[in-house]
Ligand binder design. Structure first.
Ligand code: NAP
Length: 249
């Protein structure tokens, strides 16, 4: 059965990999990112592989833009019943240097964004009596130096996930979270820049700490998302899956 998915922050990194994977699983995909033009590359790669996708521009933290984006996906691809809340930003700083803007920006994109997107998409899921929500948490939810804002947001994603699972389960909707460890993307590249180390050096250092002996790739996370969105995962809900090459990266 062809279903329609929305993946937020799908222009690059983990979101792009999840969008491509859900498309190859047979779903039509709304590739949502801040600017519609940013999603063009992901959409082209899905279409080149024979899949169906459109790019949609929206700031997930803006309720009106979220409503318009979900309506656009509904009219062009069909009612969305799969939602991946992946859009994210970093504003790392030690607590004593962290500004209110650093705090608000991170909480806003991750948590308010996931709340607004979930609230908009659940209407279609409840109507269809079927749905899948996957929220991107992080190993940082367990606490991470320089990331008070991000750790709070990523722990919040876990509480949101469990509550969505409880509220929406009766409508055939599951909600689960993936908590990635170190994944090679622009986000971790920016961390290397902030720390003043080369990206390759940071990847090698991280691999040494990871039990399976390598850094993660976006496709590692896409595989977990594919499982949570599958038909046969209908009895798996409210779970947090750490995809980190070990119990904790
Ligand atoms: P990334 O490469 O920085 O990509 C993030 C994407 O989100 C970008 O395309 C960005 O758009 C988009 N975005 C940012 N703010 C947005 C907004 N307000 N509305 C819509 N889209 C927005 O990040 P990533 O590494 O793939 O991470 C994806 C998710 O996994 C994030 O939630 C992150 O916290 C989580 N995660 C990542 C890692 C890791 O090691 N990489 C580990 C744990 C968890 P622009 O292109 O316009 O900037």
């Amino acid at each position: 059965m062809t279903r329609t998915a929305i993946v937020t922050g799908a222009a690059r990194g983990i979101g792009a990999a999840i969008a491509r994977r859900l498309a190859s699983d047979g779903n039509s995909v709304g590739v949502l990112d801040l600017d519609e033009a940013h999603g063009a590359e992901t959409v082209a790669s899905i279409r080149d592989a024979g899949g169906r996708a459109i790019a949609v521009g929206a700031n997930v933290a803006d309720a009106a833009e979220v409503a318009a984006a979900v309506a656009k996906v509904e009219s062009e691809l069909g009612a969305p019943t799969i939602l991946i809340n992946n859009a994210g930003i970093l504003r790392d700083n030690l607590l004593f240097k962290m500004t209110e803007d650093d705090w608000d920006a991170v909480l806003s994109v991750h948590l308010r964004g996931a709340f607004l997107m979930s609230r908009a998409v659940q209407a279609h899921q409840v109507a269809a009596r079927w749905g899948r929500i996957v929220n991107l948490s992080s190993v940082s939810a367990l606490g991470n130096r320089g990331q008070a804002n991000y750790a709070a947001a990523k722990a919040g994603m876990q509480g949101l996930t469990k509550t969505l699972a409880i509220e929406l389960g009766r409508f055939g909707v599951t909600a689960n979270a993936i908590a990635p460890g170190f994944i090679v993307t622009d986000m971790t590249r920016s961390t290397a820049e902030r720390l003043g180390v080369g990206f390759d050096e940071l990847i090698a250092h991280s691999a040494e700490q990871i039990p399976v002996g390598r850094a993660g790739q976006p496709d590692d996370i896409a595989a977990a998302a594919s499982f949570f969105c599958s038909e046969e995962a209908g009895f798996v809900s409210g779970q947090v899956l750490y995809v980190a090459g070990g119990p904790r990266a």
